[in-house]
Ligand binder design. Sequence first.
Ligand code: URA
Length: 424
Amino acid sequence: MNSVDIINKKRLGFSLTKEEISYMVMGYVQGEIPDYQMSAFLMSICLKGMNDEEIFFLTDTMLHSGHILDTSFLGVHTVDKHSTGGVGDKTTLVVAPLVASTGVNVIKMSGRGLGFTGGTIDKLESIEGLRTYLTEEELRKQVEAIHVCIASGGKDLVLADKKMYALRDVTGTVESIPLIASSIMSKKIAAGSKKIVMDVKVGNGALMKTKKEAEELSKIMIQIGKRYGVVVECVLSSMDFPLGYAIGNGLEVKESIEALRGKFAPDFYELVLTLASQMVALGLEIPLEEAREKVVLNLENGQAYQTFLKLVENQHGNIEKVDLSNTTYDVFSEEEGYITSIDALHLAKISSKLGAGRENLNDEIDYGVGLWLFKKPGDFVKKGEALLRVYYRQKKIEQEEILKSYKIEQEKKEVSSILLGYVK
Ligand code: URA
């Protein structure tokens, strides 16, 4: 077999065999295929796509490129959650302890942020001392004790994805449904998930720009799941505007703590309730309505927050010390009217420029910087009123640049629900 022949075959739109896919992926993992050939291969997949069979072979090869966790000790009342990535998406920090507080096991393997999307591991690491790497024995003990852990997958889980995702990020090959589906599903299956609720983001701050693309991705992930006996249910949610109030690692932890204590931005509340209810229904095998009642109750009676505190303590974090910069400035509206749009992608780039995001996997980030929105789409703003607060360290961003993210109009426009649909 020869890499150039395989690249050409895909470039011309032909289907690849299991052996050809394995040759490229494993060759790359073992360092026999160079970055430039893998980049061409990935680009040919972006341009020509893959059929269901090829996507399954790709997922399976990636899955077996590293270690596979044995989570059979967890039993049937176990559910995983995954988001395809968005701006201000701190949902896991609230949903995981909330679901766990109802007795469902949540063993959540998360990643770091790359490009404009944040990563749960970075957010958690803004809590002083918090350990995100746990051995399998530690994972088991923690889940047995408090039903939940949020950890990084370890270095050897789906080795192919680690290398390929970093390369995709710098070669314009992230936005491809076969590559996204295989990347996500190989990691979920390697982490031992048997039931997964996916939050598939749609909009300008998401990888899927349209609902149609999100539905296509969802259907493929559901099909892949079926091959492994894994139940996948997808919630489609809007990512045209940032989720909640905070963008940036420490700030998102602060917002999550407030939410777990009952103070939510409306869009964040709707999403948390939907995902958590679906996870509890799946985990406990009960009707959705009953699951929702449990979720609302445990948010209100403080059980969810208590579980979050136990998670932080078990993972050696100090909840009193969340990294937040104490140098801030506010950005004020130059006009009066209704906010009809906030550009999620633009604000994510600003937050990244402040130091909250990374361009390369090994870049250092600043946990304490970011943005806190005071206003959301649909809100009225007076001239001179503060729209948001910037948490910065050295680098300031011009007010003019930030204001480009906002559209303010005289007429109030209906803000559609964050929930766009379900695929099961
Ligand atoms: N998230 C992943 O884990 N992989 C992708 O390819 C895209 C988003």
